[in-house]
Design a protein. Structure first.
Length: 139
């Protein structure tokens, strides 16, 4: 996809909703887009995480110890951030369920990017809080 198309897609995602068009263009021109075929493992449990992946299109599934957890990730969601920010290996596999297109922010560029874009960092923090709340609800 061309970079203006990626910028337009980013502008439709909640994570980047506060960025101006020039900022979206800079993000699209700074970071690469990567595609993953269905069934391909994007992150491997126990191996070092190296990037934040933002889903532009498609879906992925979360697998713990080679068993599907039942959680699906779709357009606008992201993964890999905890491994990068904590400097630890991923605790789950992420596999492409369909053809998966992601914006990839390399690990060494994530913290500077978030510090330069505090609104993106706040939206990411809120999304993390929702994940924790959802994971810890009484059933």
């Amino acid at each position: 996809m061309d970079r203006d198309g990626v910028a337009a897609q980013l502008g439709e995602l909640a994570l980047f909703a506060d960025l101006s068009w020039p900022e979206l263009e800079r993000v699209a021109h700074t970071f690469d887009e990567e595609a993953f075929e269905p069934g391909r493992r994007v992150l491997r449990q126990g191996l070092s995480g190296s990037a934040l992946y933002v889903i532009l299109d498609g879906s992925a599934t979360v697998h713990l110890d080679d068993k599907e957890e039942g959680r699906r990730l779709g357009r606008g969601e992201f993964f890999g951030e905890i491994s990068v920010l904590m400097g630890e290996a991923p605790t789950a596999d992420i596999r492409a369920e369909t053809l998966l297109h992601c914006l990839v922010i390399p690990g060494d560029q994530l913290e500077p990017f978030l510090l330069d874009h505090p609104n993106v960092m706040l939206r990411m923090l809120k999304a993390e809080a929702r994940r924790v709340r959802g994971a810890s609800r009484w059933r």
